[in-house]
Design a protein around this ligand. Structure first.
Ligand SMILES: NC(=O)c1ccc[n+]([C@@H]2O[C@H](COP(=O)([O-])OP(=O)(O)OC[C@H]3O[C@@H](n4cnc5c(N)ncnc54)[C@H](OP(=O)(O)O)[C@@H]3O)[C@@H](O)[C@H]2O)c1
Length: 254
């Protein structure tokens, strides 16, 4: 049975971003409706909705994940206008400089934990009761390979992802009996979203070429690499997987 047969929708937070858009495109091949959650970049969400293939309706929704009421409103809006939610994907993240830990400020930690960790808890508080009531549902969060191999300057981005992975493992154990699964996709260095921006703006071309050569598959990842992994976890093909992390990094952490 496909997702379309079940008449459920998928919702992607951070869908106006590089990796979230990759998740939307991959989900659109299997889900009849994908809600495209954006924060500030409405135009990105609308352009993405317009390019989805026939058979999938893209539904742009505004939401600020730092505000619990906004998250609850987005979930209620999608449930009402797109049908019950079968899968919730979290790819919302903060654009932050890559400081040494010694240089980080309390404000930076507050911003990144509020958006990423607390934002994710706001989402799960809103969807878990719905998933229990309907007898199941899937959660997928985009995290980072930087919890497997330290990337200097990236710990401010990696630490909240470790918390999100921990939450997904907890959900996997506590909610499995309700038919609820939770998994994470951990990207490596991506030529999409923030990664693409860093490659254009930071360090030298020589730095990035050396980085590329340190990746066993000798290329940076693409948004579709993350999308495929997220769509797999969201599908019934992953029906016996929960609390797991799929590292999508071209072998960088090996
Ligand atoms: N790209 C990489 O190389 C890479 C590698 C490893 C891990 N990651 C992680 O993967 C996640 C996604 O990264 P990305 O590259 O796709 O980032 P991105 O292109 O900068 O997208 C970030 C997304 O988060 C949304 N967002 C930010 N603040 C929000 C808020 N308060 N409420 C709701 N949404 C909010 C943005 O919405 P608007 O744009 O509409 O404001 C956007 O959709 C991040 O957590 C990132 O750290 C990325």
């Amino acid at each position: 049975m496909t997702q379309a047969d079940k008449g459920k929708s998928a919702i992607v937070f951070g869908a106006s971003g590089g990796l979230g858009a990759g998740c939307v495109r991959a989900l659109a091949r299997e889900w009849p409706v994908v809600a495209i959650v954006y924060h500030r970049r409405r135009e990105k969400a609308e352009a993405l909705a317009a390019e989805l293939p026939e058979g999938c309706r893209g539904y742009p929704v505004q939401c600020d994940v730092t505000d619990g009421a906004s998250v609850r409103r987005a979930i209620a809006d999608v449930t009402e206008n797109c049908g019950p939610i079968g899968a919730a994907i979290y790819s919302a993240g903060v654009e932050i400089d890559q400081p040494y830990i010694s240089e980080t400020t309390e404000e930076q930690w507050q911003e990144v934990f509020n958006t990423e960790v607390l934002g994710f808890t706001r989402l799960i508080s809103a969807v878990l009761p719905l998933f229990r009531e309907q007898g199941g549902g899937v959660i997928v969060a985009v995290t980072s390979m930087a919890n497997r191999r330290v990337v200097v300057g990236d710990t401010i981005s990696a630490a909240p992802k470790a918390a999100i992975e921990s939450l997904c493992r907890g959900i996997g154990k506590e909610e499995g009996r309700f038919g609820i699964r939770a998994n994470t996709v951990a990207p490596g260095a991506m030529n999409a979203g923030l990664g693409e921006q860093y490659m254009a703006e930071r360090w030298t071309p020589e730095f990035w070429e050396k980085f590329r050569k340190s990746i066993p598959l000798r290329r940076f990842g693409l948004a579709e690499d993350i999308g495929e992994a997220a769509a797999f976890f969201a599908s019934d093909r992953a029906s016996y997987l929960t609390g797991q992390t799929l590292i999508v990094d071209g072998g960088y952490t090996l």
